[in-house]
Design a protein around this ligand. Sequence first.
Ligand SMILES: [Fe+2]
Length: 296
Amino acid sequence: MRALSGIDETQARTCLDRKAFLFGHTLEAHPAMSLANLAEVIPALPANQVFHSNGRLQNGDDFDNAHNLHRPEESLAQALEQLRTTDAYIMVRQPEVHASFKPLYDALCADVARMATAAGLPPVVDDAMLYLFLASPGSVTPFHIDRYSTCLMQVRGHKEVVVYPPWDPRVVADRDTEQFFARTGDRPPWRPEAEPLGERFAFSPGQALHIPFAAGHHVRNGDDDVSISVSIIFKTAESRRLMRALLFNQRARRWLSRVGMEPRRVAMGAPGVATKAGLWNAARGIASVLGARGVA
Ligand SMILES: [Fe+2]
């Protein structure tokens, strides 16, 4: 069974992790995505896989531990009704640990592997996981980048997704990308002047959108209905190489700044990425042999 549809192989080859593109999916008809199944799965998952926020949360609240919206006595229908009337969202990480999601997960992994093959990459997708998002009408996901490649699938409601070109320093400065991947706690700031560079997608049920690795994006749900969407996030051999090169650059930038220099940038297609990734791997190997700490 294919979960994704309408993927143009030429588009996958030229655009995977380079440019956002739309295609289709069949998730609305999948039994895992029925409201009855979601109502069974979400409360049954470990609490640390279900996150929520609502309008009552303030900036600085302990968001990760504020997942009490789905109390066991509360039905999903009630929770969805709350979503309709309050500014809230529910995010579920790795629903595939529930048996009902495993076939969907396997089908999506196979489809994503086909995209990687079309792009000339090894048909291996690492660290693939699903996320479910249930969000209020009008709710906003602010600008951010992710450490994965993404395929986002809209199942209910509408949204506008704005995706920015990856590796464009007018959107995210090279240093900010490196800091983000090194998990220093810094997040790339939103630059309002980058707004015209974004590509806008009006996103409806049945549509899927590829968001390239490290591409900035923000989302606004439509005002008409609760939004339900699913994403599969994954890494490829190419994104892993870029990630290691970014970690190398983050360290190198620190050292070189002491002598007034900076490293050559890491970006898709930039020279030196494979070498930096290899050096980072070698450093990790040496550190693990020596039992050293502090090398990610
Ligand atoms: Fe994202």
